[in-house]
Write a protein that binds this ligand. Structure first.
Ligand code: ATP
Length: 556
């Protein structure tokens, strides 16, 4: 029987109780060596720290650099909001700018070169020992070691370099550094280098015939996954600036033509298009749906006598379309207007709007500049978009003429005159129209009624056709529009013909619009992302969308 253990604990095994042999000689020797090593290291670190503290204490420039937070930064004499503003600053003037570190390298202990970047603008900064403020070697080391993409505040004297700096956009100027504070550091390991996003995305992972496996540029997927870094690349940045230009030109045109900007709701209490293609959301105790278009709201606004209306807002489509021109959320530029006599008033208005928009994009200094940044980055079609000369109307053909054009060019369009034109045929049509009319923008009028939604007004001259139209840029659809039915009996009849249940709660409010009298009206819905995509000739709609949503992407 074993002896009872202390305090009732189980007895220790014999080895632990110290009855094993003592450590070997070699083990003792090794332990001694390890101890000595650790002591040596501690001594060295202490010495280094002492030297660092001494150097810091003697660093006469320490107030000129470091993290901005908690730092009593030098007072700013002249702040330049943009690097570009430096162009108007006189030589030797002291300025302060805020930008990102695009590049930083030391050239020995006494000199370093930085490149600052802000959107497409870059400038070289020279960090040299000495000078009026006594720049120290420690400061040079610090500046050269700031991680790229960090956001910094730099003060320096504007100088003309001996030779133009060809690698920067402000090649005839440089800044001679006086102080540098890090406003917000970037992590050292970046998931994506902005430099790899300068040119169009590589297609090497697309698995298509066009894939170039040697292309070193970041793929679209990597860029979309790391959107914040990707949008810092000048061309990507310019794409979204140009998107804002489109919205501005569109809004200005609509407002100057007497339209009122409205904000439709993007939530509906019922799925108006039968449930398919609609995102369902939980709305307290019940269900709601994200709207597939502001169509009904625009029409209800017309019935509410707001007059011609327009909106810019999200459109949600729960369609599993994984193509280069479909998203599950895009931005719609929608409009609706009363008709005085004929629906061509609406069609002509839309055509003139698009011609104005494209002409403005091609001629406004800001748009031209942005487009040139995008083209120079390697998008050859940016800025190369043909429209008829000022004073000339848009090219318009009927659906039947479009089919005849295709047939005459050898396309198999089948025998059904009401069969739709498919995407490939639309693209081919774009080429044919370009050859014939030298335009990248055209419209198709008078679609078969069977191809359009129930609220589309039939053509009075041919009930098989409709007063509807689509717009195209480079042979790709960017808008659908039509005259809408404004008479309740006809609307009900059409619902019945199209198999739409008129007592569906989704249509109750809509019907109200026509119960109390409604002007004749029509309009259209333009896709902002597609306009931008096809104006610039971008390969994929996701390049024209800041935060794209598609069947597989829900972030960032
Ligand atoms: P498509 O035939 O190309 O799928 P659609 O006929 O469904 O388009 P409409 O419902 O008529 O398109 O929408 C009007 C416009 O909205 C289109 O011309 C296009 O510019 C844009 N659009 C429609 N669906 C999408 C989508 N899924 N992603 C991006 N834009 C879209």
């Amino acid at each position: 029987m074993s002896a009872p253990s202390d305090e009732g604990l189980p007895s220790r095994p014999k080895e632990e109780a110290g009855e094993e042999k003592g450590p070997s000689k070699s083990a003792l020797k090794k332990a001694q060596k390890d101890r000595e090593k650790a002591e040596k290291l501690a001594k060295r670190l202490a010495l280094e720290e002492e030297q660092r503290m001494k150097a810091e204490a003697s660093d006469t420039a320490k107030h000129l650099y470091g993290p901005l937070s908690g730092q009593s930064a030098r007072p700013v004499k002249k702040f330049c909001k943009s690097l570009q503003d430096l162009e108007s600053v006189a030589e030797d003037e002291e300025v302060t700018v805020q930008a990102r570190i695009y590049n930083a390298r030391a050239q020995g202990a006494k000199l370093a070169f930085l490149v600052l970047r802000e959107q497409e603008h870059t400038i070289q900064v020279v960090v040299a020992e000495g000078g009026a403020h006594g720049i120290s070697r420690q400061m040079i080391k610090y500046c050269a070691g700031v991680n790229t993409e960090s956001f910094v505040r730099v003060t320096g004297l504007v100088k003309a370099p001996k030779d133009p700096v060809h690698s920067t956009s402000l090649s005839n100027q440089e800044l001679h550094l006086e102080s540098l504070y890090v406003v917000s550091p970037a992590e050292e390991q970046l998931p994506l280098q902005v430099k790899d996003c300068i040119k169009p995305p590589s297609t090497r992972e697309e698995g298509e015939g066009e894939a170039d496996t040697n292309d070193p540029n970041a793929t679209l997927k990597t860029r979309l996954d790391n959107k914040i870094l990707a949008t810092r690349a000048p061309a990507t940045n310019a794409i979204f600036q140009l998107q804002s230009e489109i919205c501005t030109i569109y809004s200005q045109y609509m407002l100057s033509h007497g339209f009122t900007m409205i904000q439709p709701s993007y939530l509906a209490g019922a799925a108006t298009e039968g449930g398919s293609g609609v995102f369902e959301v939980t709305y307290f105790e019940r269900k709601a749906y994200l709207t597939q278009s502001p169509q009904f709201f625009k029409q209800m606004a017309i019935a509410g006598d707001i007059g011609p209306v327009f909106s810019i807002g999200p459109v949600f489509r729960a369609e599993n379309s994984n193509t280069k021109r479909h998203l599950t959320e895009f931005t719609g530029l929608d409009y609706e207007m009363p008709i005085q006599e004929h629906y061509h008033e609406v069609l002509s208005f839309g055509e003139d709007l698009m011609l104005h928009l494209i002409r403005q994009l091609l001629s406004r200094p800001k748009s031209k500049h942005l487009t040139s940044i995008i083209r120079d980055a390697g998008y050859p079609d940016a800025g190369n978009f043909q429209v008829p000369p000022e004073g000339t109307k848009a090219t318009r053909i009927t659906f039947q003429e479009a089919k005849t054009l295709l047939k005459d060019s050898g396309f198999d369009i089948g025998t059904d005159p009401h069969a739709d034109i498919d995407t490939a045929q639309e693209k081919a049509l774009g080429d044919l129209i370009k050859q014939k009319y030298n335009t990248d923008f055209f419209t198709i009028d008078q679609y078969p009624l069977s191809l359009r939604p129930f609220y589309t007004h039939p053509s009075p001259s041919n009930p098989e056709l409709s007063n509807s139209y689509d717009f195209f840029m480079r042979g790709q659809e960017i808008m659908s529009g039509a005259q809408r039915i404004h008479e309740l009996p006809m609307l009900k009849e059409m619902m019945k013909a199209k198999g739409v249940n008129p007592v569906d709660p989704g249509f109750k409010d809509y019907e109200e619009a026509f119960r109390y009298g409604c002007p004749m009206h029509g309009g259209g819905g333009l896709g902002l992302n597609r306009i931008l995509q096809f104006f610039l000739g971008l390969n994929n709609i996701r390049e024209a969308t800041l935060f794209p949503r598609d069947p597989v992407r829900l972030g960032p």
